[in-house]
Design a protein around this ligand. Structure first.
Ligand code: AAL
Length: 413
């Protein structure tokens, strides 16, 4: 070390400026603040020689494994048992009223023909020509379909083709369902919007908003008139084509509407499809919702799955983008950081909104609803459960008391 300092001093005197230790360090490159114990925990031997990976590791927040979970799914009974010829998908969060769990979901019947056929009759997707139905359960396993909650609008209305992918919010004694809408004809370039319905009872009747409460950005420009979503003059904002998967959370005295954006001219990047999330904020549940200037607030993900935790908002990011299969958290509902990488997660999760979120970060994910593609045409609603992964021990391996105790939490029940 002494030798190095001497060499550097001599080099400086000689006017040579290339010596690394002479370079002033940027504030964020100062690693002296980290203790020997922290370096030891991360397996870093020498703080003078930090690889890029070690520097990143040092910047990780001081978190344990409390965000690290695994999932499995299971069959549900009653009307949620798979039914040939019927689409039930995209379950909302679960709420409870008078001892009964409630969920809302997308429902339709018949196969999907796809684009390019008879525009008057065909279903272009399983979520085309759908209405929003609801079901109840006393145990979360056996569900009874109660009927339609919100139907499509009349011919010519903004929601005349399909209403789907609902999410529920309970606020001040009122029930709010937000959901996606499509207007006929359902072409490839069709826009998809978000609407709202409200009721004083989970059993309805529901009053629908007169128009959408959220729409795609209008600053993208299609190229030509061919019905092709990849051909653009200008892509526009992250949500220039579609706004999907809405979920409203009461937060900090306002209402945060999280949603997935699809962009005109969607590209495949190193993370897969270009899909990101945004948020629009309102003073009242019914709006007006104003998009945050910070959008997009994720660079990855698919269906929205967000919940309040420790004064901030947590988000499960699945399916698309370089940060897929992570759980993230933001202190302000906008600036999300990765808290854990997970092996994967069920799609289109309906969270158990009756959970005590403050127990632990993923308490709300202990059980809930998801959907499964039984065939390309028909989906059914299933249950999921998750468990924390706290240790990694081989079969028969002893381990400390703590490890043994935590291992029991990891067991699939
Ligand atoms: C899902 C969701 C939205 C889409 C469709 C139904 O994966 O992202 O809900 O519109 O597919």
């Amino acid at each position: 070390m002494k030798k190095l300092i001497f060499l550097c001093m001599s080099a400086a005197i000689l006017g040579l400026t290339s010596c690394k230790t002479e370079k002033p360090k940027a504030a964020d490159e100062d690693y002296s603040q980290y203790t020997d114990e922290e370096l030891d925990y991360l397996g870093i031997t020498n703080r003078e020689f930090l690889s890029a990976a070690s520097k990143r590791a040092l910047k990780w927040p001081k978190i344990g494994n409390e965000w690290f979970i695994e999932f499995s799914t299971y069959e549900l009974k009653g009307d949620f048992a798979y039914e040939e010829g019927v689409v039930r998908r995209d379950p909302s969060g679960i709420i409870q009223k008078d001892g009964k769990y409630y969920t809302w979901y997308t429902k339709s019947t018949g196969p999907t023909q796809g684009f390019g056929g008879d525009m008057e009759k065909d279903k272009v997707f399983p979520w085309d020509r759908c209405d929003i139905w609801y079901a109840t359960s006393t145990d979360g396993i056996t569900w009874k379909e109660e009927g339609m909650a919100v139907g499509r609008g009349e011919k010519g209305a903004f929601d005349d083709r399909s209403v789907f992918t609902p999410e529920i919010m309970v606020w001040d004694g009122m029930y709010y369902l937000c959901y996606q809408t499509v207007k006929s004809p359902y072409v490839v370039r069709v826009i998809e919007e978000v609407a709202l319905a409200w009721s004083s009872s989970p059993d309805g009747p529901w009053t629908k908003s007169e128009g959408p409460i959220l729409s795609p950005a209008t600053n993208g420009v299609w190229k030509g008139t061919e019905d092709n979503r990849f051909l653009v003059e200008k892509k526009g904002d992250f949500d220039s084509h579609k706004t999907h998967d809405p979920c409203i959370i009461p937060y900090k005295g306002k209402f945060y509407l999280y949603y997935k954006g699809e962009q005109m001219g969607e590209a495949m990047t190193f993370g897969g499809r270009q899909i990101r999330h945004g948020v629009a904020i309102a003073d009242n549940p019914k709006g007006p919702y104003v998009k945050s200037p910070y959008n997009p607030i994720s660079n990855s993900g698919h269906e929205i799955c967000v919940w309040p935790y420790k004064g901030g908002i947590a988000s499960l990011i699945t399916t698309d983008g370089p940060e897929r299969n992570t759980i993230q958290w933001s202190p302000d509902g906008i600036n999300f950081e990765i808290m854990s990488h997970i092996k994967g997660a069920p799609h289109a999760i309906g969270l158990n909104r009756t959970a005590d979120n403050e127990l632990e970060p993923t308490e709300i994910l202990r059980w809930g609803l998801t959907h499964e593609y039984v065939t390309a045409d028909y989906q059914c609603i299933r249950g999921f459960k998750s468990w924390r992964v706290l240790t990694h021990v081989a079969k028969g391996e002893g381990g400390s008391k703590e490890a043994t105790a935590s291992h029991s939490i990891t067991e699939k029940k």
